[in-house]
Design a protein around this ligand. Structure first.
Ligand SMILES: *Cc1c(COP(=O)(O)O)cnc(C)c1O
Length: 398
């Protein structure tokens, strides 16, 4: 592989722009002095735009799961009832985190490949009016499904149920304006849509979520490391509670300039067009997306024909073509492919990836489908770029 590029089409980590890599290579600056404060204030304004919130967006030194844990520890106390939306591997993770906090858990279970509907939430809430929160993903990365967060938030209006959204594979990829939709906690990680290495998480709370969080801390029920009120107080001074991940913040400053440089609409338009490129190409190959409806952006899950060994396809794509994609997890191992097109991925990377996927499927006993699958995908890509779509959180039903 010395003479060729490796292409990372995985749902985290994702490739880094050269400007971000150069920013990461800078020497340390001190995390309690002026230059760092300036960097924090600048990125804070950009993060608020990205999250669609007027509340502070806290940088935390941890992977995305750390922020999920911080949210549960901050907002709920042992014995509280929470609804956990379980539609895949990451929904399951909410349940396990809630268990570790000794919460009373009510799972809203749907078959993998399906999304949680607003009616599912309404029913669970009617049966459990004592519920204090709903824990859900924006995008369920294990199946490629987008949950209808805006509609679910509307169902929770007028209740005291806190809506906690794991946006790790969605923020910076598809629209999820926190304040406008009425989300109480939105969080993400650095290594997916944000074009950064792993290790930084970002979390914001609504005004009423802050009240709950403060109350929990007053009662000594909060977490020592993830002390969100302390983080908020430090952030107001341009700092973090403990030592900051200095170079990730330096990288963040540059990645935010790139992500927001042409405006949020342009960002979502690009991600939407890539999603169309991938989905259409896959369909032209004669394959089905694994998601039944409400396909997510930034990731396409592909159901393989029974005869094709998915583990082998993933391996061959890497070894023969330098294209790194993901397979299925747990029960989906070997049965699906997950092709990510989030972060610093453009149409040419994706075309290379789709070509490799097609060849490896054929070489492993599958069929090719239409030979012009890439042209069909690119036609959809162009149409999506020229069209209006991309600014709206469109829910697709085939
Ligand atoms: C990747 C991912 C996670 C896990 O993030 P880590 O950074 O590995 O802790 C959680 N939820 C979703 C939806 C993800 O895509």
């Amino acid at each position: 592989m010395l003479l060729n590029k490796a292409r990372l089409l995985t749902p985290g980590p994702t490739p880094l722009p050269e400007q971000v890599r150069l920013a990461l290579a800078q020497d340390m600056i001190h995390h309690r002095k002026g230059a760092f404060h300036d960097l924090m204030f600048k990125t804070q304004a950009q993060l608020q735009t990205l999250f669609g919130t007027s509340q502070p967006v806290l940088p935390l030194s941890c992977s995305g799961t750390g922020a999920m844990t911080a949210a549960v520890e901050a907002l709920f106390a042992p014995g509280d009832t929470v609804l956990c939306a379980n539609a895949g591997k990451f929904g399951e993770r909410w349940t396990r985190i809630a268990q570790s906090r000794n919460l009373h858990i009510v799972e809203i279970d749907v078959e993998w490949g399906c999304c949680i509907s607003p009616e599912d939430v309404e029913t669970a809430l009617a049966e459990h009016p004592e519920a204090k929160g709903l824990l859900i993903q924006l995008s369920e990365t294990s199946t490629g499904v987008l949950h209808p967060i805006r509609e679910i938030a509307a169902k929770l209006q007028g209740t005291d149920v806190l809506l906690v959204v794991d946006g790790i594979s969605g923020v910076g990829i598809c629209p999820c304006p926190m304040d406008e939709w009425g989300i109480d906690c939105l969080l993400t990680g650095s290594q997916k849509g944000l074009m950064l290495p792993p290790g930084l998480a970002l979390l914001a709370l609504s005004e009423r979520a802050w009240k709950v969080c403060e109350k929990n801390h007053e009662q000594n029920a909060g977490c020592f490391y993830f002390n969100l009120p302390a983080e908020r107080a430090k952030l107001a001074k341009g700092e973090t509670h403990f030592t900051s991940p200095v170079n990730l913040i330096q990288g963040l400053s540059v990645s935010m300039d790139i992500l927001l440089g042409e405006g949020m609409e342009a960002l979502y338009h690009k991600q939407w067009a890539l999603t169309q490129l991938c989905r259409r190409s896959i369909q032209a190959m004669g394959l089905m997306p694994f998601a039944r409806s409400n396909y997510t952006w930034g990731l396409t899950s592909v159901l393989l024909p029974d005869a094709v060994n998915g583990i082998k396809v993933v391996q061959d794509c890497a070894e023969r073509y330098g294209v790194y994609i993901s397979g299925g997890q747990d029960v989906l191992k070997g049965r699906i492919l997950r092709i990510a097109h989030m972060g610093w991925i453009d149409w040419a990377d994706l075309v290379a990836g789709l070509y490799a996927v097609n060849r490896c499927i054929v070489e492993n006993g599958g069929f090719c489908g239409s030979h012009d699958f890439l042209e069909q995908g690119l036609a959809s890509y162009r149409a999506a770029l020229e069209g209006e779509t991309g600014t709206e959180p469109v829910l697709l039903h085939n």
